[in-house]
Design a protein around this ligand. Structure first.
Ligand code: FE2
Length: 371
């Protein structure tokens, strides 16, 4: 089938990430954090100075990544209620489409709840067509068609370039996947949602045998578009001896929402060094993880000592291997965080690391005689 025919029969066959919008309590300070810690540049702004009375939004960019940080200027609108309930968090994982109306019609035919019907937003620089549907929790997906727009980001925004001097650039490239945490027993129905509404198929799934430890039990299923460009893993908590990390998220976020965004890099060693120089904090990895690493993943290009020094994790599948590391939460509540990921052939989501981390924790326990 030609690309044009495919696009007509499935309007969501040729999609990409457009932007991720966070609702936050103080967008000015959040923007400074993402710029100085993660190396984003400010590109555009909307607020009272540009004729928007009730909110401010900062558009940050880095290579193909685009984040929008939005805060309310009034006490009782949708944004301030979202922040009051969830804390700072991800509101909109927006998708770039070729035809917003066709994508929206397909989503609604698949059972999506409408938040905003197809709407043309225009200024002197052209038109942008946006529609929005609801997904898990209070999270939404906007469809963005921007082929008729030549301005910066969207009508209503003005170009406002700014960088923070002294920031080490980590060269984050683009989103690899965006993970949602949903409630007990809801993973399958949200997986079905992405199949019905987006025409996605299931890439992989992990059950509690794969990623169950005494410390964190969860089930996960990865939904993907036909080009593996936009991947949405869905997690649900599973029963373990201790509280699942997914359940902890649901408690603090007050419901389902985006748990982490994995950001691709071409050189994870340089990226992690830059982020650490900027003060980004990462999760700890036990020393014993690295004692077992060579046996577990075999030959890799990176020096084991460098991975050990930076606490970078490695996983292998039959296609190759991948390197990953997780940041600590990005805001006060232990909710959303980033994963930094470099793929060397592998399509893995790091399944092997759950067990490897668990085994290394047990080794530490063994040393202390507490197993
Ligand atoms: Fe991930």
């Amino acid at each position: 089938m030609s690309t044009a025919t495919e696009a007509r029969s499935n309007p969501l066959a040729q999609i990409d990430w457009d932007y991720v919008e966070f609702y936050v309590g103080n967008a000015k300070q959040a923007a400074h954090y993402y710029m100085s810690a993660f190396g984003f540049d400010q590109r555009a702004y909307a607020g009272p100075e540009t004729g928007v009375r009730d909110r401010v939004s900062y558009v940050l960019e880095q290579n193909k990544l685009r984040f929008v940080l939005t805060a309310s200027l009034v006490p009782d609108d949708e944004i301030s209620r979202h922040v009051m309930l969830h804390g700072d968090g991800v509101k909109d994982v927006a998708i770039l489409v070729q035809d917003t109306k066709a994508a929206f019609d397909m989503a609604v035919a698949g059972g999506a709840r409408v938040v905003l019907p197809p709407t043309t937003i225009e200024d002197g620089l052209g038109k942008l067509v946006k529609a929005t549907i609801a997904t898990y929790g209070d999270t939404v997906h906007s469809f963005i068609q921007r082929d008729g727009y030549s301005g910066v980001f969207a009508p209503g925004f003005v170009e406002a370039r700014r960088t923070i001097p002294g920031t080490v650039k980590p060269q984050l490239q683009f989103l690899d996947h965006c993970v949602g945490n949903v409630g007990w027993g809801e993973m399958d129905s949200w997986g079905d949602f992405y199949a019905r509404v987006f025409g996605f198929s299931q890439l992989v799934s992990f059950d509690d045998k794969d990623i169950s430890t005494d410390y964190t039990a969860l089930r996960s299923k990865v939904m993907t578009d036909p080009r593996n460009q936009v991947k949405f893993p869905i997690n649900e908590p599973a029963q373990g001896k201790k509280k699942s990390q997914i359940e902890e998220y649901l408690d603090f976020y007050r419901g389902a929402g985006v748990q982490h965004m994995a950001i691709r890099t071409d050189d994870i060693v340089a990226t992690v060094r830059a982020l650490k120089a900027n003060g980004v904090e990462f999760l700890e990895t036990p020393e014993s993880y690295y004692d077992m690493l060579r046996d577990r993943v075999g030959q890799i290009d990176e020096a084991l000592e460098t991975l050990r020094e930076l606490r970078i994790l490695v996983d292998r599948d039959d296609l190759g291997y991948m390197l990953q590391i997780f940041t600590k939460p990005l805001q006060d509540r232990p909710t959303v965080f980033f994963e930094i990921i470099q793929r060397k052939g592998s399509l893995s989501f790091g399944k092997g690391n759950f067990k490897a981390l668990f085994v290394s924790i047990e080794r530490e326990q063994e040393k202390r005689g507490t197993l």
